[in-house]
Design a protein around this ligand. Structure first.
Ligand code: BGC
Length: 916
């Protein structure tokens, strides 16, 4: 098998204004992203993006000029030796494909851009920089994988597998002065890298997890400033992560494991005289498993014995005579790829709010927030004293930890003191999902100051803010932020606390879209689509979990369909057509596979989970057994497959596979026909057993004949409003469409009722019962602990999309993906009296801040430069509208009215709109 992939380290420079005299335009956030073509062939086509910031209205880019140089000096001289695009007439400011000289491996590229607008021109003042990765497998061939493939004292392969961390070191002698140096590291499962005792990079739990038999991610660091002429020491610690799997002895058919931790590293050094050196992993490296990290197991926790610390192990002149020579080991098997998505990082800190002593003599620490990460500990004591910290999400009525919902995850960190004054410790290779910690081992009661919670998730930006007149909705938003961020672990996982933590596809089908308003999750989800692609079987099957650490190949529709809906999200929200082109052949293969194997009489006959987690009839149940609450599985899979066909139709146009369109089109109409024939009840104007989900899916997906839509909607409303007394009755499937469909059909008020409810079942009920994240079950406070996580995001459904698109009125026009044009159409009458929201789009910040009172509506909006917005005002009386205190009629010529609204297209800028 040929192995080559091209990637780069993504380095984004933020920079400030450089406007030419008097113009009020600047450029920021130059972004560059590297693409490979779908086969991973060595086509070097990074995409370049920039944001134009303007303090004046109506700014449109008319042309741009990109200069890319092989050195900073050249760029500063204006010498685009790699690429001078010349002045290109175009309004494109995102995803502009690099079109210069062919780029070479490990090459550095410095670039900047000048934009010309209708209001003047601006040049980026600082430069953006990226470097190309290693494209050919051959480039790695003399670099050996090294490790130690045996158990040591205290290790075990069992239900609670234990393995001590591997410490590796190597001294190198650099004969000359270093001009530049880059290190490329694959440290499996997790690594920490040191040069001369200093940790390289601020990432934690790196690299991102993948199926290591399919692809391996390497990280790259510029380490020029870390190296000196003469002797230097390289050191790494290897942890288990998902590589040496933690639950080794149960369900071996189900859980994939990859072997003992191992690594491959190469360090490229260029000296000031132009000569070069490469340092690679080989058997001259030394290794020991006899360090302080006795065990590191994602589910069970980390154990650290500070007495075993090896002072100076990662600096020169350390005595490593007792260490072993590293062994040559088998390579893991997957392609080597530069990691394009973010590593995790410590993104924040939480100070605990209380510490209570228990009758047992232990203490319970309350972080005040269900968080994901770990606890940093400060302690003084004698050598050999042990501090034990056990983590849980909530407490039992008697004040002790509630651990039943963790299943057999031990979630316990143990620190053994060395007895040298104040000791500060935090784990390296594990994380916990917790709010409470039981602490034992302190000689006297510790103080709150002894502990700091470290919040750990992918290093991506928070892009959305939301505040409204409804406190419950605001708290749900906060809980969602905590839940989503905490479950970003280099892949989106279902939950961070129990013995599961798997990247379940179905939890993100629509969720990923809602999340994209809160987080810049583009590269995370692009990486996940690769994980899904890599998990595809030869005949086309897609599993429910990808990477398939748990092998669930059940040939379901709803969970695997996430492959397609997430690609659609990346296209809609980030304008990423490349990702669609890349994944298209594999998505098509799966669609064909499902059609060939499971379409019977135009009904999709395969469904595994139904409308997962509907509110059950009894508060202690996980799953409902009452048939009137459950929606027919084949109805769900057929409707879903129909929707996916429509998305694939759109993708076929993007991927330029016109022949497929006809097929998707014809198949969709056949399914629609069969679906209506099978499930529509003519006498009752509803579908199947009339659950909300049964009516909602055909309505949302456009399967209901035009003349019947209103009637079906009435059936749906009756179910929600009357039968369920204004409460949700949907599970993971129905909730994905509930809020938007109610609103789009004119019942935003009912959607608002669902969003602001405090009684069971509702999101507000979770808040009322002390939740600081989102629960796995609507009845999360009473249900059987066997499946009852307090930090799952799947029940959010389309709630966050509704917050932004329908309440704030921030929506990308589907015709112009990536917010090139914004549709601003809040439902002002749903029930809120004000909303103040913002979203950092790829073009810049979009703001919507409206307030309604007796005097009318005041709406402040911001539309980023180089975009426009269609803005809807809730009146047909055009003369009652002003823009920046001017009559709308005088302000704009592009005014349209329908039966309820006035719509006006506004160019970029900030506006105050008023309706009297
Ligand atoms: C997971 C869910 C997942 C579901 C599917 C659960 O155990 O936590 O998030 O989607 O199983 O069966």
């Amino acid at each position: 098998m040929k192995k080559f992939f091209l990637h780069l380290t993504l380095i984004i420079s933020l920079f400030t204004i450089s406007a030419k005299a008097q113009t009020k335009i600047s450029i920021s956030d130059l972004k560059c992203e590297m693409l490979t073509n779908p086969e991973g062939i060595d086509v070097l086509q990074p995409r370049l993006s920039w944001k134009i910031k303007a303090t004046i209205n109506d700014v449109k880019q008319t042309s741009y000029q990109i200069i890319a140089s092989s050195s900073l000096e050249k760029l500063n001289e204006g010498n685009g030796d790699l690429w001078d695009s010349g002045k290109v007439e175009s309004d494109a400011s995102v995803n502009v494909i690099y079109n210069g000289k062919k780029l070479k491996d490990r090459q550095d590229v410095y670039w900047n851009v000048t934009v010309f607008t209708n209001k003047g021109e601006a040049q980026s003042k600082e430069t953006a920089h990226f470097s190309i990765g290693i494209s050919t497998y051959a480039d790695w061939k003399s670099t050996r994988w090294i490790g130690y493939e045996k158990m040591s004292k205290g290790d075990s392969i069992s239900q609670y597998s234990r393995l001590s961390a591997r410490y590796l070191r190597k001294e190198i002698d650099l004969k000359k002065k270093v001009k530049s140096a880059k290190v490329y590291i694959m440290g499996m499962g997790l690594y920490e890298l040191y040069i001369n005792g200093n940790k390289i990079g601020d990432q934690v739990l790196a690299p991102v997890p993948t199926d290591y038999t399919k692809n391996i991610k390497y990280n790259v660091f510029d380490v020029t400033s870390q190296l000196k002429e003469g002797k230097n020491a390289l050191g790494t610690i290897l942890g288990n992560g998902r590589f040496f799997t933690m639950r080794q002895d149960y369900k071996p058919y189900k859980i994939k494991t990859f072997g003992y931790p191992k690594m491959a590293l190469q360090l490229f050094v260029e000296y000031t005289d132009g000569s070069k050196d490469v340092i690679r992993t080989d058997d001259t490296w030394k290794i020991t498993t006899d360090g302080p990290i006795l065990s590191n197991n994602e589910y069970d926790g980390e154990e650290y014995d500070a007495r075993k610390e090896m002072k100076g192990w990662n600096t020169i002149n350390f005595d490593d005579k007792k260490w072993l020579s590293a062994e040559y080991v088998q390579e893991p098997g997957g392609f080597y790829e530069g990691q394009m998505s973010a590593n995790m990082k410590i993104k924040g800190e939480v100070k605990p709010i209380s510490l209570t002593q228990t009758p047992k003599g232990t203490c319970i620490l309350d972080m005040g927030q269900n968080m994901v990460g770990w606890l940093q500990l400060k302690v003084k004591g004698n050598a050999g004293d042990k501090i034990t910290m056990k983590f849980a999400e909530s407490l039992q009525p008697d004040g002790s930890l509630y651990i039943a919902n963790l299943r057999d995850a031990k979630t316990t960190d143990i620190y053994t003191l060395k007895g040298e004054g104040e000791e500060v410790w935090e784990p390296r290779f594990i994380f916990h999902g917790f709010r409470f910690v039981e602490i034992s081992g302190f000689k006297s009661k510790p103080a709150l100051e002894n502990f700091v919670g470290k919040v750990v998730y992918d290093d991506i930006q928070t892009t959305g803010t939301f505040d409204s007149s409804n406190p419950i909705m605001n708290q749900i938003f906060k809980n969602a932020w905590w839940g989503i961020s905490g479950n970003y672990k280099g892949m989106p996982i279902d939950c961070p606390q129990r013995n599961e933590r798997q990247p379940w596809l179905g939890d993100r089908t629509t969720g990923a879209y809602g999340e994209s308003f809160l987080f810049d999750n583009q590269t995370l989800y692009a990486k996940w689509l690769d994980d899904i692609k890599n998990s595809q079987t030869i005949d086309g099957g897609i599993p429910d979990v990808a990477p398939a650490f748990w092998r669930y190949y059940g040939d379901n529709v709803t969970w695997p369909g996430t492959y397609i809906t997430v690609a659609d999200m990346l296209y809609q929200q980030f304008g990423d057509a490349k990702v669609v082109e890349k994944q298209y052949p594999y998505m098509k293969k799966w669609m064909d596979y499902m059609e060939e194997n499971y379409l019977v009489d135009d009904i999709m006959t395969k469904d595994k989970y139904g409308d997962w987690c509907v509110p059950p009839e009894l508060l202690e149940l996980i799953r409902s057994k009452d048939p009137s609450r459950l929606t027919d599985g084949e109805l769900i899979s057929s409707a879903f497959y129909y929707q996916l066909l429509n998305i694939m139709k759109k993708f076929a146009i993007i991927a330029n596979t016109q022949n497929d369109i006809k097929h998707y089109d014809e198949l969709a109409s056949r399914i629609k026909k069969a679906f209506n024939a099978k499930y529509f009840n003519k006498d009752k104007n509803n579908y199947a057993n009339n659950t909300v989900t049964a009516n909602l899916l055909p309505l949302t997906f456009g399967m209901v004949p035009e003349e019947l839509k209103q009637k079906v909607f009435e059936s749906l409303v009756h179910e929600v409003e009357v039968t369920k007394n204004g409460h949700v009755s949907t599970g993971v499937i129905g909730t994905q469409f509930l809020m938007r469909t109610l609103t789009n059909f004119g019942r935003g008020d009912l959607a608002f009722k669902l969003a602001s409810n405090k009684t069971y079942p509702s999101w507000g009920y979770m808040v009322e019962n002390g939740a600081t994240t989102i629960w796995e079950l609507w009845n999360g406070n009473t249900a059987d602990p066997a499946m009852n996580s307090q930090n799952h995001v799947m029940l959010l459904g389309d709630l966050l999309i509704w917050y932004y698109e329908n309440m704030a009125g921030i929506k990308s026009n589907p015709e112009t993906p990536g917010f090139k044009q914004i549709v601003m159409k809040p439902d002002f009458n749903a029930g809120l009296t004000y909303v103040n929201a913002s979203y950092e789009s790829i073009y810049g910040t979009i703001k919507s801040d409206w307030k309604k009172d007796k005097k009318g509506l005041v709406w402040n909006i911001t539309i980023p430069a180089n975009t426009s917005a269609i803005v809807y005002l809730p009146t047909t009386n055009v003369s009652s509208i002003t823009v920046n205190k001017q009559k709308l009629t005088q302000f704009s010529a592009s005014i349209k009215t329908d039966s309820n609204n006035t719509a006006v297209t506004l160019p970029s800028g900030s506006y105050v709109l008023n309706v009297k």
